[in-house]
Design a protein around this ligand. Sequence first.
Ligand SMILES: [Zn+2]
Length: 506
Amino acid sequence: MSRSAKVNQAILIIFDDIRAELLFGLMNEGKLPNIAQITENGVKCLNCITSYPAITFPCYGNIVTGSYSGYYPKEGNAVPMYHWLDRMDPPSTSKKRPFIRNYGDRSQLLKINKDVGKNVKTIFEQAPQGNTLSSSCFLFRGAVFDVGKNVFDVEGIFKNIEDAFEHPRKYFPNNEVPIISIGYVFQTDDIMHKNGFNDSEYINLIIDCDRYLGALLNTLKKTGYYDSTAIGIITDHGNYKGKEHFDLEPFFQQKGLKPYIPEKGIGDFDCVFGSVGFFNFPGETWHHHPSLQQLQKFETSGIGKEKLNLIETLWEIPGVKYMYYREDNNKPEKGIIHIEYQEKDSEKRMSGLIEYQGFGKEQKSRYIFDGNDFYGYYQNEKSAKALDNKFHTIEEWLEATNHINFPMIIDQIPRYFKNPRSCDIIISTLGTHYFNYEHGKTVGRTPYSHDNGLRESMVVPFIIGGSSEIPQMELTYCKTTDMVPTLLNLLGIKPHPSVVGKSILK
Ligand SMILES: [Zn+2]
């Protein structure tokens, strides 16, 4: 144990797709006695803010690295979204067309380990020495022992960690227990999308996980490691039920917009769209992001070869309330994102800007609008204070907006758009209308999803317990990128400079 270390080991369990209110609700009902046990004597937060968009990637990758998307040739973890188009800045001169990355495709999933930027480090890479264990954590870069990347058994995720403490030699030649272990429970997300957040199969799986965690805690006690181990529990995002489904395939056909086919380098657009839509369009080539003028006078390849103003065209999609796109000539260190907002079809559309400067922890952003603000920040005394025309850090945005809808969104939007792999236009219905559209096809009709900036998607649980060295405290707010630096702090390890989150114990 180094002088500043409070614990010798950290175990992090990341559940996919559980809201804070659900997890703490089940705990209050006495259904999760083991999670409750570590929560009672440790750190808890019922209001931990995840990344925007509230989608597994980036959210889960951001937890593991403690950083956000960003301009990855210089900073940031480089994975903007579950699906992205491989574009660079400056644009590649390669003849090969930009590919579409889709982590939903099992054959592409583990490529995340290469996709994550070289300027950030996973928690495994941040441990200077010692054994590290990934148990079905798909982002395992730097883990000494990567077990279970192909394991699809929930109990096995916990059992692997248990086993590594009971029989370390099976995993590590030096027969020492892992100092950092991550178990990632992705199965909760699969069931939530299929059956929803009130479904008994979903709830029962969470209850099962509590039992598996109980077995792990018992093993830690039995082997004498419990009091020297910090156990973190977090989720990547919450969820919601969409209201009205709409099939976008005919809409795009009618507009003459053809989906991009990377192998052939043809097509007008690429899009994925739950209730937040991510649109890519070609500029000079598919390697280039389009200019505003190119978006406004876009020549489609479909029937009629019409010139479309894409910004206006996308507003015709039912239920759209928010739109975001870049100003021309944005730089990674300084730029402008346009926001357009319209509550209902009948109302006037309003516009505003997010201006940003700087990188990583130092990034500052400000929100400028005419007349009314679009996020309801003015209606609240604390958030209204951040609308002072001044640039604010992520910590300042978090403090001002953690308790309302769209927490930290003014900080998050620029971090997304700085990434050359990010799309050209985002639109959002906030869940009133949903589309389940991916790369040219409507893929199913499930109304259960997550992605929007509302609290239902953005607020997750944050728990650290185990060792009696961990103080008993309740935080009024924190963010998901605080988990890794807090665990490292407990271990007496200094986080990598790329980490944007901060230890909540400081
Ligand atoms: Zn997820």
